[in-house]
Design a protein. Structure first.
Length: 491
């Protein structure tokens, strides 16, 4: 089969979520065999919607999606909650429509591909016992086991440590079949992409570019700069024409006709101004306020436990960590060692080796957003954060904070569960601002977040005045944050 063969095509596809929630408008593009495509776009632009339409979970309002007799598999960005109760074997069996009698060796093969060590002992293990990074690898493996013609990857690097990302990158470089990836990890994408689908959240159109990720990004930014320069020049000419029109209009007589012509010229120039791409819009700079009137040791860690990923053995370690106000701790270690488990126990104040000062409010950003009530609307979630922060509900303030995180009136009444993962992340950060915690616990806060927002988020975390415990596998992000102490769990 020819590599230039089109295996998937969108023809004039439109889609909307309910009334007055359009996502795609008359979108057309082809996907060719063997290509490796990145989908770019602001949170909520419709990246995951594209995947839903490809696999048939969603149906277009109009237009057609042509699939050239291909098999398709998607590695989701998060594990379904009901699947967490399954064993590894049960989860992989669920991917097939019929009974597979040689399922165990197939599982072994794909777990080897995703570098999940110790896999031969994992078949009967329950999924909820794995770390976020291990679950990310299992999700990828669940798509690979189907050996599809088209592989869809939705944020595959979320929760992966450096070794996991490196292994996945190497796999995709060598992969011979077609891949479409949604990711906010620029370095990861640049390593293997040969094309980009760019979703514009305002025009609801999809633009297709050829080239690696960085080249396409430069092309888009150059276009934005050119459009801005053109508009600035036109704006200057428009103002000149309007000023001239005002002068001639006041002189009266035949000069009024000249003034009218000047105004008409100004209107003509205004029509020539272009709509500059608005995807460059980022969240506003923000501060996470610290709980007032706290002193002394906010959190003391005397001991902690880790888990050996190969044997499953739990090991207890001694520690001597004390965090006061304005002290930041980084927890490090590979996937599966127990970082998220430790953070959860500390956040819930049930870890036997950790003591939190009485009365301290804990702000907890969890990588799977399970601290959010998916049945709440965004409004309800933010309102409850204000109350839990010890303040009375101030709707004007709440809406101002929401707007700074691009939470518009358009979806403030939307249920949390209906948001994209990136939008859930922004809601979670808005809640932290409203909660005013004394102890801030962040578990992989870059997951699902648009790369344009990350420097602003890093700056806010860096300036946080309370006690901070951070887990992140993104070195460039961590470098932007002041770290006073590191606790390496991989002892």
């Amino acid at each position: 089969m020819s590599k230039n063969e089109t295996i998937l095509r969108f023809d004039s596809v439109s889609f909307e979520y309910g009334i007055n929630k359009p996502i795609l408008d008359n979108v057309s593009f082809p996907i060719r065999r063997g290509s490796k495509i990145t989908i770019m776009g602001q949170n909520g632009a419709g990246k995951s919607t594209i995947f839903g339409l490809i696999i048939g979970a969603l149906r277009p309002e109009s237009g057609t999606i042509v699939k050239n007799n291909i098999s398709i598999a998607m590695a989701k960005q998060v594990m379904e909650r009901e699947d967490l109760k399954l064993s590894v074997r049960e989860f992989f069996e669920k991917q097939f429509s019929k009974k597979i009698y040689d399922i165990d060796p197939r599982i072994d093969d794909v777990l080897e591909v995703v570098n999940l060590k110790g896999h031969t002992k994992l078949h009967d293990r329950i999924l909820e016992s794995f770390s976020g990074g291990q679950l990310a690898r299992i999700l990828l493996a669940s798509a690979l086991i189907l050996d599809p013609d088209l592989l869809l990857l939705d944020e595959p690097t979320n929760n992966l440590d450096h070794a996991g990302i490196s292994h996945l990158t190497d796999f995709l470089i060598k992969y011979k079949k077609t891949v479409i990836v949604i990711s906010h990890d620029a370095e990861f994408l640049n390593a293997f992409s040969d094309g980009v689908l760019y979703l514009d959240i305002y025009t609801r159109q999809v633009e297709q570019y050829t080239g690696n990720y960085k080249n396409v990004l430069r092309e888009i930014m150059a276009r934005v700069e050119k459009e801005n320069m053109k508009n600035a020049q036109l704006a200057k000419e428009i103002q000149t024409k309007k000023d001239q029109a005002n002068v001639f209009a006041h002189k009266g007589g035949g000069l009024r006709l000249v003034a009218r012509r000047m105004r008409e010229k100004a209107e003509e120039l205004e029509e020539n101004m272009v709509d500059v791409r608005k995807e460059d819009k980022t969240i506003k700079a923000f501060t996470i306020p610290v709980q007032e009137d706290i002193n002394g040791d906010i959190v003391v860690i005397n001991s902690f436990t880790t888990m050996n990923a190969k044997t499953g053995k739990i090991v207890k370690h001694k520690a001597n960590i004390k965090l006061k106000k304005n002290q930041h701790l980084l927890l490090s270690g590979p996937n599966g060692i127990g970082k998220s488990t430790l953070l959860e126990k500390i956040a819930k104040k049930i870890d036997p080796g950790t003591k939190i000062l009485d009365g301290i409010r804990v702000g907890y950003y969890r990588q799977d957003f399970s601290t959010l009530n998916f049945e709440d609307t965004v409004y309800q979630s933010l309102a409850s954060a204000i109350v839990s922060g010890g303040a009375t509900l101030d709707e004007e303030k709440m809406r101002a904070v929401a707007a700074s995180f691009l939470i518009t009136s358009e979806f403030i009444r939307t249920k949390i569960g209906s948001l994209s993962e990136g939008q859930k992340g922004l809601v979670a950060f808005a809640r932290l601002v409203l909660e005013r915690p004394g102890l801030l616990i962040l578990d992989e806060p870059t997951n699902h977040i648009n790369f344009r927002h990350l420097p602003i988020i890093a700056e806010a975390i860096n300036k946080y005045k309370g006690a901070l415990i951070l887990v992140s596998h993104v070195p460039d992000f961590v470098k932007k944050i002041r770290i006073d102490e590191i606790l390496d769990l991989d002892l």
